[in-house]
Design a protein around this ligand. Sequence first.
Ligand code: HEM
Length: 120
Amino acid sequence: MTPVQAFSAGVVAVLAAGLAFRRRPRVHVPLMLSAFALDLGSVLYLQVQRSAVQKAAGSPTPMLLVHIAFALASLALYTAMTVTGVRLLRTGQGRPAHKALAKAFLLCRTGTLVTSFGVV
Ligand code: HEM
């Protein structure tokens, strides 16, 4: 396991903790927003230190393409989780959407971690 994979597994652990506290917004929201910030940090790190986008644009393997698809979907879904989560906090509305998006998000985010083992 590389240091970046260990970091990514740590973020998944933060998400799992946030999920366990899904009925307690005061704990749930800071954990989920921290996970978002940590994941954005690792995207920046991979770009600055490893030129990730240039490498992916070269001749990507099918596994790398799947990994990138999961990673991009995770980032988009983080945004959707934040938008629906803020709405839920402010108005109490949109719980089914937040819950449905959470399933897709968790699939994509764990998919990103699992497929990362096939691209190093
Ligand atoms: C990024 C990943 C996130 C995931 C996977 C996630 C997942 C969930 C899940 C599964 C629930 C329970 C829904 C239900 O059973 O009805 C929930 C509740 C909630 N989430 Fe999130 N969430 C995330 C981020 C956020 C963010 C960023 C916010 C706010 C900015 C937020 C605000 C809330 C609120 C207010 C509730 C309702 C809590 C209550 O029961 O009072 N969530 N979330």
